[in-house]
Design a protein around this ligand. Structure first.
Ligand code: PHE
Length: 345
C-alpha cells in the first residue's frame, strides 16, 4: 500500500514537470505500460491472502485510474499549447479566398465537330471515323483520280516512304476525308447515310488560312431515288442549323473527279448579310463546302449499280467555321497550344 502511494506521488510529480508531447510518451510507458511497476504490482496480487488481495487490488486500480486520468488531461493540455504555438508562429488567414480549380474544356474544333455531327445525326446520318494513314488507292485511285491524273495537283500530298518494287508510292497521309466514301461503300450495301469527321493533311506552307493538318467532315448518302434536290435540302437544313435560320445558300459548279455534277456551296455573309464586307471579300458570299452527286465510276468501283443507285457527297473544312463565327483571323492559332487563345472558347 505504501509502495502504491509512493508511485502515485512520484508519477504525479513527474507528470507535472512534463512540458511537451514528446516527453509524455516515456512517462506513459513507465507508469502505465506493460512493464511498469504498477502492472507488476497488480500481477503480484495473486500471492496475497484473499482479504489483503481485495484491499490492495482496489487501491491499485484507483491509482491506475488516477494516473490514466492525469495522463489524458496532460495530453489534451499539451496539444492545445502546441496548436496555439503553431497558430502564433504561422497565422492562418481563414478569410483568404480559395485557389480556383482550373477546369479543362473542349477545343473549339471539337466543339464544332460535335455540333455538326449532331445536326447530321438528327437527319439520320451515322457518324464513323477512318484511318489518317491511307492507301493511294482510297485517297485517289478509287475516287476516280488515277496515277498521273492532273487532278492530283488539287491536293498537295504527304507521301509515306514505303519501298515497292515498281517504285510507286502507295501510302500517304489522307488529304481529305473522301477515302472513307470508298471504305464505307465497300463494306455495306445501300442505303448509306454517314458523316465522317477527322484529321486531314496537306503538304503546304502554312499561313493565316493554311495549316498542314486540319479537320474535315465528309458526308455520304446513297440510295435508290436520291437526287440533287436531296443534296440541296440536306445542306440548306445544315447551314440554317449552324449559321442561323435566316441563312441563304448558293450552289455553283465546281470540279471534283469523284462527283458529277460537282459543286461548291456558299452561305450569305454572316457579317453583312450579303451586302459585301471585309469578311466575305465584298462578294456577299462565303464558300464553305464542296459537294456533288457521287460519280457513276465511283459507284461501279464498289459494286453499286449506278443504274439502280444514286448518291450525294459533300466535304468541308472545320476550322473555317469557328473562324467565321468568332472572327479568328489566323488558323494556326488552333493547334499552337496557346492556352490564352483556347481558354476563350
Ligand atoms: N474532298 C473534297 C476536298 O477535300 C471535298 C468534297 C467532298 C467534294 C465530297 C465533293 C464531294 O476538297
Amino acid at each position: 500500500m505504501e509502495r502504491l502511494e509512493e508511485l502515485k506521488t512520484e508519477a504525479a510529480q513527474e507528470l507535472e514537470a512534463i512540458s511537451n508531447l514528446k516527453e509524455l510518451e516515456p512517462w506513459q510507458v513507465r507508469y502505465l505500460g506493460r512493464k511498469s511497476a504498477l502492472t507488476q504490482l497488480l500481477r503480484g496480487l495473486a500471492a496475497l491472502p484473499l482479504e489483503e488481495r481485495k484491499a490492495v487490488g482496489a487501491a491499485a486500480n484507483q491509482v491506475k485510474a488516477a494516473l490514466e486520468a492525469g495522463w489524458k488531461r496532460k495530453e489534451a493540455a499539451l496539444k492545445e499549447i502546441e496548436l496555439a504555438g503553431l497558430l502564433g508562429a504561422k497565422p492562418t488567414d481563414v478569410t483568404l479566398p480559395g485557389r480556383p480549380v482550373s477546369l479543362g474544356r473542349l477545343h473549339p474544333t471539337t466543339q464544332t465537330l460535335r455540333q455538326i455531327c449532331g445536326i447530321f445525326a438528327g437527319m439520320g446520318f451515322q457518324v464513323v471515323e477512318g484511318p489518317e494513314v491511307e492507301w493511294d488507292y482510297y485517297n485517289f485511285e478509287a475516287l476516280n483520280i488515277p496515277q498521273g491524273h492532273p487532278a492530283r495537283d488539287m491536293w498537295a500530298t504527304f507521301w509515306i516512304d514505303v519501298e515497292t518494287e515498281g517504285g510507286e508510292r502507295p501510302m500517304l497521309l489522307r488529304t481529305h476525308t473522301s477515302p472513307m466514301q470508298i471504305r464505307i461503300m465497300e463494306k455495306t450495301r445501300p442505303p448509306v447515310r454517314v458523316v465522317v469527321p477527322g484529321k486531314v493533311y496537306r503538304y503546304e506552307a502554312t499561313d493565316v488560312t493554311h495549316e498542314a493538318m486540319f479537320y474535315q467532315i465528309e458526308g455520304l448518302a446513297v440510295d435508290k431515288t436520291i437526287t440533287m434536290a436531296d443534296l440541296k435540302g440536306v445542306l440548306l437544313e445544315f447551314a440554317r442549323h449552324l449559321f442561323g435560320q435566316e441563312r441563304r445558300v448558293r450552289f455553283r459548279c465546281d470540279y471534283f473527279p469523284f462527283v458529277e455534277p460537282g459543286m461548291e456551296m456558299a452561305i450569305d455573309c454572316l457579317m453583312c448579310q450579303g451586302a459585301g464586307c471585309r469578311l466575305c471579300g465584298h462578294t456577299g458570299w462565303i464558300e464553305i463546302l464542296g459537294a456533288g452527286m457521287v460519280h457513276p465510276e465511283v459507284l461501279r468501283r464498289v459494286d453499286y449499280d449506278p443504274e439502280i443507285y444514286t448518291g450525294f457527297a459533300f466535304g468541308m473544312g472545320i476550322e473555317r467555321i469557328p473562324m467565321l463565327r468568332y472572327g479568328i483571323d489566323d488558323i494556326r492559332l488552333f493547334y499552337s497550344n496557346d492556352l490564352r487563345f483556347l481558354r476563350q472558347f
